[in-house]
Design a protein around this ligand. Structure first.
Ligand code: HGY
Ligand code: MN
Ligand code: MN
Length: 423
């Protein structure tokens, strides 16, 4: 079965991007505004330029590559994903969608296609939240769902604010407000992403078309006790923040089970301070990532988590919760789902409708414009780990669907052949 995408070029783009990691040989670690992120940004900008795109960077570091439309005043179709990663993640999570946009641009160039409506390939910052917490930062800013003033409050593990990091990256955080896209300024958003789950591989299907993304919340729990000497402080006289945190943490998984088998709860990050083997922990902070298909389940799970934490403020321990992110379950565009399905059919690809358990920039940009999301298979369903893998031919099939959908939605045509000079 022939397709459109050039598998070799797609592989070169993914492998080219994968060079930019802080942990070579131990997965992809590319935190927003890091030296690796800057190098990846430069690589993306160069490839966008090679594909004939007009490249610009917004005030917070999102990269846009534009194919001008025959009618440049029409609102563009955005296509892309994120450039940052989780610590020790895989090479496809995010880049698969950025490469889908760049390869589509190469195909428009190679096939001499001129879209009626402009197309903009986007590479977004801080979707994972690995540096500043929460996540979906670049898309939330674009969609007007994050007050740019918050950039001065969001801090990384070293206490550097997002605003300081933006300035150190060479941009002006005071201009962040200009990055916000006005309602109506985007016609549609398309994203290709790896499934990060086992379904497509298990069913032997080429792609999934996502109809809805589960709701998600991220909380930061802080337990404060009192530091003390491990050897001279009797057990009854301690205010051990880590023991308090562990007692909270042990209760959390059952809360997810209580709201349904399709709800999930994860504590993925924990810090123990001051961190001495012979010091009673004074402060422990840990993240709680909550997800559920319905808003009722999600809000109930958040409420129960807050109850457990609140009830643990006793015996000299002070327990607090910071709400870092809340995104309700997000339906995607039925019209775009239908177009993606029709193009998959036309390409002879096997496909299915799916609900996404992973969060994506698509769930934010769906608040700005009709949005579609396509998944390609993940080997063994593994992601957020160095073993993450998608065969390049599988990725190319997903890109074919994105390209064909872009071609249709942007009203692309092949220009009439220029009149031959009369010999
Ligand atoms: O957490 C997620 O679902 C996504 O990978 N940011
Ligand atoms: Mn992702
Ligand atoms: Mn991810």
């Amino acid at each position: 079965m022939s397709g459109y995408a050039d598998v070799r070029r797609v592989r070169g783009l993914i492998e080219g991007l994968d060079r930019y990691t802080a942990t070579p040989g131990r997965g992809t670690t590319r935190l927003t505004y890091s030296p690796e992120f800057r190098a990846a940004r430069n690589f993306v900008a160069a490839e966008m330029t090679a594909a004939g795109l007009a490249v610009r960077e917004d005030a917070v570091g999102n990269i846009f590559g534009r194919i001008e439309g025959r009618d440049p005043d029409l609102a563009p179709i955005l296509v892309g994903s994120h450039l940052d990663s989780v610590p020790h993640g895989g090479r496809f999570d995010g880049p698969a969608g950025v490469v889908a946009g760049i390869e589509s641009a190469f195909l428009f160039r190679d096939l001499c296609l001129r879209p009626e409506r402009p197309i903009e390939v986007v590479a977004l910052i801080e979707e994972e939240g690995s540096r500043f917490g929460g996540g979906l930062l670049g898309s939330r800013l674009l969609a007007g769902q994050l007050d740019p003033a918050r950039l001065a409050d969001l801090r990384d593990a070293a206490g550097v604010s997002a605003a300081q990091a933006i300035a150190a990256y060479g941009l002006d955080p005071a201009e962040a407000r200009r990055a916000v896209l006005a309602p109506g300024s985007v016609h549609a958003f398309l994203e290709l992403h790896i499934e990060q789950g086992p379904v497509l591989e298990a069913e032997g299907r080429d792609i999934a078309i996502v109809e809805r993304i589960v709701g998600l919340a991220q909380l930061m729990v802080t337990v404060r006790g009192r530091a003390g000497h491990a050897g001279t402080t009797p057990m009854h006289a301690r205010r051990d923040a880590l023991v308090g945190a562990v007692l909270i943490l042990a209760q959390l998984p059952d809360l997810a089970r209580a709201v349904g088998s399709d709800a999930v709860l994860t504590v993925g990050k924990m810090e123990v301070l001051p961190g001495g083997a012979n010091v009673i922990p004074e402060m422990v902070s840990f993240t709680v990532d909550l997800r559920a298909p319905s808003e009722a389940q999600l809000t109930r799970l958040i409420a129960m988590t807050c109850e457990v934490v609140g009830a643990s403020s006793c015996n000299g321990l002070e327990c607090r919760i910071e709400h870092q992110l809340y995104v309700p379950p997000t339906p995607l565009s039925g019209r775009i789902c239908a177009i993606l399905t029709a193009e998959a059919e036309a390409l002879g690809l096997s496909h299915r409708i799916m609900v996404s358990g992973a969060g994506h920039d698509a769930m934010i940009l769906a608040g700005l414009a009709p949005t579609g999301l396509v998944f390609v298979p993940s080997r063994g369903g593994i992601s957020h780990a160095p073993e993450e893998w998608t065969d390049y031919i599988q990725l190319a099939r997903g890109i074919d669907v994105i390209f064909a959908t872009l071609r249709r939605m942007a009203g692309a045509t092949v220009p009439e052949p220029a009149g031959r000079l009369q010999s």
